[in-house]
Design a protein around this ligand. Structure first.
Ligand code: COA
Length: 190
């Protein structure tokens, strides 16, 4: 039997709904991963401002408690490696409203995985559970925004069945970034 660590398969991630006790770890993973989705032009000040405003423990406490949202936590060997957040309901952004074709809709608002778990299937499992929730709440489609320079995420979304349907702007630290809007249909419930 081989004892080469390179021959040992990476442990598989598990995904579960997040609870209030997970808020500190969600905020820590969010703070560690937000910058990975940003273009190289993004300044440290803008990243920090966004983390403070949108990804603080206080904000995550609100997200987890909000019945219109669903927060998922991915773990590997008991340690958090990523998270996702969905938001039910029609979007407020006029560009998104004009772009999406499927209603009722759910936004895949966030899906972030620590670098050591990229390419391990953790993101695919988060995506599968996210789509399950969207189906369960009766959505016909799921939409998301992704930075136009974030090619890795766009590739992941295309593999996950999303296609580009429009553009929108996304405010980070007081400055707008250009996003693509992507959408995919959900199979109807049996
Ligand atoms: C987006 C994310 C969740 C996807 O998870 P992942 O484990 O990296 O996804 P996968 O490895 O299954 O798929 C990524 C694909 O992009 C490819 N890829 C990697 N680097 C790339 C790059 N620089 N440009 C284009 N494609 C790239 C990978 O090869 C893979 O494609 P393949 O399976 O055909 O080989 C993860 O990369 C992540 O957390 N990124 C940082 C945060 C982020 O950007 N979140 C999304 C915000 S909208």
């Amino acid at each position: 039997m081989s004892t080469d660590p390179a021959d040992t398969p990476a442990p598989t991630a598990t995904v579960r709904p997040a609870h209030s006790a997970d808020v500190p770890v969600l905020a820590a993973v969010a703070a560690a991963t937000f910058e990975l989705a940003c273009p190289p032009s993004m300044t440290r000040e803008r990243v920090d401002a966004f983390v403070d405003e949108v990804l603080s423990p206080g904000r995550f406490a609100d997200y987890v408690a909000d019945a219109g949202r669903h927060v998922l936590l991915a773990e590997r060997e008991g340690a958090a490696v990523g998270y996702a957040m969905l938001v039910a309901g029609d979007p407020l952004d006029s560009d998104v409203r004009a772009s999406i074709r499927l209603r009722p809709t759910v936004e895949l608002s966030k899906i972030y995985v620590l670098p050591e778990a990229h390419g391990t299937g953790a993101a695919a499992l988060l995506m599968a559970r996210a789509l399950d929730w969207a189906s369960d709440v009766g959505a016909a489609g799921v939409w998301l925004g992704v930075n136009q320079q974030n090619e890795r995420a766009q590739r992941f979304y295309r593999k996950s069945g999303f296609e580009r349907v429009g553009t929108k702007r996304f405010l980070v630290g007081g400055v707008h970034e250009d996003d693509y809007v992507m959408e995919r249909a959900l199979p109807p419930l049996p």
